[in-house]
Write a protein that binds this ligand. Sequence first.
Ligand SMILES: [Zn+2]
Length: 111
Amino acid sequence: MKTTVEYQGYYAELSPVPGQNLVQGRLLYVADVVAFTVPPAAARACFGQVVEDYLKKCHQLGRMPPFVCPQCDQPAEDLLTHAFATALCGQPVCADCYTKACAPAVRVGNC
Ligand SMILES: [Zn+2]
């Protein structure tokens, strides 16, 4: 069974490693391949560390994480990962997708 974990707006999908008491995690919504393998009990803590290390690495390289919007598959400067956008769109999305697909749902009447 796959589960998703979140750490400060970053998400990873965890899936069990067959025949071993381990889970594999992969950072979602970025073009870089960021993966880790750990015992299930350590997965959440480890993911937090992975994100911190990854952000440090990006900083050293002088760039932002290359986000990819899961809705339009386009590179995005940033993904809207706050609870409001995620709840409306069902997943973190780029600002364009949010505006096009999700935001109209919360438009209020003209006055
Ligand atoms: Zn998008």
